[in-house]
Design a protein around this ligand. Structure first.
Ligand code: CP
Ligand code: NVA
Length: 299
């Protein structure tokens, strides 16, 4: 049966941990001559902009010997009303897997329902599971373990937060989420995660970061929410700055999935500071994308 990766909880704990360790292994392999995906074509439909996800997937497919096929939604018949069902079934006849970035999570679920080949979520409004895998790989590299690590996520309870909560659960990291009231993460992610680890929802960023090993933030306005100044206003006290950072452990690392809105959710000083690991985190996307492709296509 084909496997999909639409949200972190699609994977078992063992498979998730296997994949972050495999990604660490792949990071050290610079000889691409094995080309395990030779003859395979991977479609990539992006309905929102992307720098890291698109490029890391294209390069990952190429380095594994496969052929990435970038499909602009404007140029697909989807833009003229062809159904997801028909598109998914037809593309399955040509492609060996499909990477999709779209709006509603139900769109990718519908696509996966009709696709005969693995579907990978490159971000929906509700989940960003590929990001969360690179996040956990980075934490494992920097801290030597994930179990018992204390993560403080400060900001919007968005796609990145939901996937980080699910990834924390599978790796037994503890997670505090500080959001303004009304911007909490998905109940479904939180409730399921709580059966596996400690998840604490707070409204005070200063309380959330006490003794944290990892401070994580993301934009206050996600793609599609641009210009919502009313929402942005509510996050004023949720900025990651040096004052907030001082409350965490002295060796805490600072993470951000990027792109950042410098001066809003994070200051330049912290983003460019010695505790920031955001570039390693972005680089690790390449290795986790490879691990995900191998797992869904070859194992
Ligand atoms: N972090 C992330 O997914 O970045 P892109 O939007 O550039 O892909
Ligand atoms: N929450 C952000 C993440 C971007 C990688 C968004 O959805 O725009």
């Amino acid at each position: 049966m084909k496997k999909d990766y639409l949200r972190v909880f699609d994977l078992s704990k063992d498979n998730f941990i296997f994949l972050i360790n495999r990604a660490i292994e792949l990071k050290s392999i610079k000889d691409y001559s094995k080309a395990p995906l030779i003859g395979r074509s991977i479609g990539m439909i992006f309905e929102k902009p992307s720098t890291r996800t698109r490029v890391s997937f294209e390069v990952a497919v190429y380095q594994l010997g496969g052929h990435p096929v970038y499909l602009s939604p404007r140029e697909l018949q989807l833009s003229r009303g062809e159904t997801i069902k028909d598109t998914a079934q037809v593309l399955s006849r040509y492609l060996d897997a499909i990477v999709i970035r779209t709006f509603s999570h139900s769109t990718i679920e519908e696509f996966a329902r009709w696709s005969q080949v693995p579907v990978i979520n490159a971000l929906t409004n509700e989940h960003h599971p590929c990001q969360a895998m690179a996040d956990m790989m980075t934490i494992l590299e920097k801290k030597g373990k994930t179990e018992g690590i204390k993560i403080a996520y400060i900001g919007d309870g968005n796609n990145v937060a939901n996937s980080l909560i699910e990834a924390s659960a599978l790796t037994r990291a503890k997670i505090n989420i500080a959001t303004p009231k009304g911007f909490e993460p998905l109940k479904d992610s939180v409730e399921k995660a709580k059966t596996l680890t400690e998840v604490t929802l707070l409204n005070d960023p200063y309380e959330a970061v006490i003794d944290a090993d990892v401070i994580y933030t993301d934009v206050w306005l996600s793609m599609g929410e641009e210009g919502n100044n009313e929402k942005k206003e509510k996050f004023k006290n949720f900025q990651i700055n040096s004052k907030l950072l001082k409350r965490a452990k002295p060796d805490a690392i600072v993470m951000h999935c990027l792109p950042a809105h410098r001066g809003e959710e994070i200051t330049d000083e912290v983003l460019d500071g010695t505790q920031s690991v955001v570039l390693d985190q972005a680089e690790n996307r390449l290795y986790t994308e490879k691990a995900i492709l191998e797992f869904l296509l070859l194992l």
